[in-house]
Each structure stands twice: as C-alpha cells, then as structure tokens.
Design a protein. Sequence first.
Length: 330
Amino acid sequence: MSDSLVVGLDVGGTSTRAAVFALTGERLGTGRAGGGNPTSHGAERAADELRSALRAALATVDPARVRAGTIGLAGAGRLLADPAGRAAFDTAWHDVGLRCPYQVYGDALVAYASGTAAPDGTVLIAGTGAIAAQVCGLDLGRTADGHGWLLGDTGSGFWLGREAVRRTLTELDLGRQVGTLATRVLTELLGSPDVADRPRQTAEAVVQTVTRRAPIELAGLAPLVVTAAREGEPTAVALITEAARELTASTARIRPPDATDPIVLGGGLLTGDTPLASAVRAELAVHWPGAPLHTAGDGAAAGAWLAARTLSELTDPVLLHRLLTAPAAG
C-alpha cells in the first residue's frame, strides 16, 4: 500500500479549509483559517491564511509524504495570471514543508468534483453569486453567468436581496400597507418597520441606507427571502420561483437539452434544505428528466481527490472519491 498523501484546499472569501488524506481514503488532518481569496483580500493576506490552514492540517503528518495538492478558489484564472500572487502562494506552500507540485482550479470545478466522480456533467452554483458551468473530462468547459453583481449573478443571494428591496420600494411607492417580507426588509435596513403616513420618506431612507453600503451587502438580505418563502409569503415565493427559473435558464445556455449526465448543485442556497434548492431541483427535473442530481459536498476533500488522480499509484479513482466524499460518521 502506498504511503503517499494528498492535500486539498477549498479557499473562499470567508474561510480557507485544508484536508490531508491517504490514498486509502483516511483523513489524517484538517485545518481552517480565514478568507483566503486573493481577489477579495490581496495576495499576501490570502497566502497567510493558506499557510495557517495548511499548518493545522499537516500538524500530525510528515509533509514530505504529500505527493500532490490542489487549491480550489473563485477567480483561479486571476491568480494564475498574477506572478506576484502565485509567488505568494508558492512561498506559503513551501513554508509548511510541502515540496510537491500543486494545481489551482476554479471553485466551480471543485464543487462539481465534490458531488460526483463522473468526468462529464454540469455544475450550478448559487450562493452570494451564481454560475453554471459545463464539465468535460473533469476540466471546466463553457460557463453561463457568473458575471458579478453588477452585470449578472441572476438568481443568486445578491439578486434575491436586491429584488427584495426593489419590491419593498414598489410597495412603498404604491402607498399600500407593506407585506411580511417588506416589513422584515425595513426592519433589517432601518431598524423599524414603521411606515405610518410617510411612505415616500421611508423609501428615501431605504435608498440612502443601501447606497451607503457596499453593494454586495444586499446578499445579506437573502435569508429573509428564504425564511419568508418557507412560510409561504407571496412576494418571497414569487422571488424564489423566478430565481429558480433564471438559474435553470443559465444552465440551459451551456447544457444540451438531451443531456443525461449528472448535475451538481453547489453554493449555500442550493446545498441546504432551502425553498430555492427544492424549486431548482423541480425545474431541472422537468428540463433534464434523465439526469442524476447531486449536491456538492466537502470542497477540500474534492480537491484532495483531484490531486490524487495525478498519481500513478491510484488504481481506483471512483472508489477513492466515494471514500473521500462520504459524510463523516455521527
């Protein structure tokens, strides 16, 4: 039995997770640190978080045994095109004792690999942003959306939050009593749901509050929509239905109508027990009735699996995928 180890990292804007595995599927170490996306935090800070997560994961193993590694992060292309950023990551990699090569993949491919070992399929992600991507031979192919909050990300958490505010403003413009979702939006933004006889002033206060903040903070209102939809609130239900249709339309732009290969759902809005996840699953089942639907799992484990596939001693990639991505006992 080979004593080679592999390491995988799932690098996000809010957290960095690392995991070390043996080729038997045994998890030998894990590490967690703060946000390590160089686009969000800068290369040096991102490399520091990468270093911290790796040190924790490697605390009880010999780094010399690690034969391959994978780093998955959003905006991988930007890191690969930035010599200074790549140098910072190289330094962090060597600082923890790793001497093996590593690959950098986009988060969409890692999300796909966390849900299935099939070489071909589609991944649909809806979290703060949204993107659909085609996977061919475990390489990322065509993509749809993922264009950021200003120009796209339709159906995402940002989109839900922005639309919730827009509908709140519409209700205020109409001068009628606001509904449950609008009441919660006003409370979140202004600290009070009170409109009384001042709908125009309330609308102006909402606009001022939103425009003073970073635009992406609108994504923080998405949980209000999800909760209200779960309760059957009409405006929230309509938003969830529209988001599901838009996400399915993005998928249809890059997925053939007769495709039967798997679809993996990723991102916080599609991996949990949410109304949007249920609505998207129903829409996808109508468009691609023969396609298996999977949920994305542990990105660090998927990264380790992608790394392991580069090693000649790996004899059964599908079995290793099942071992690495199986839910932890208990």
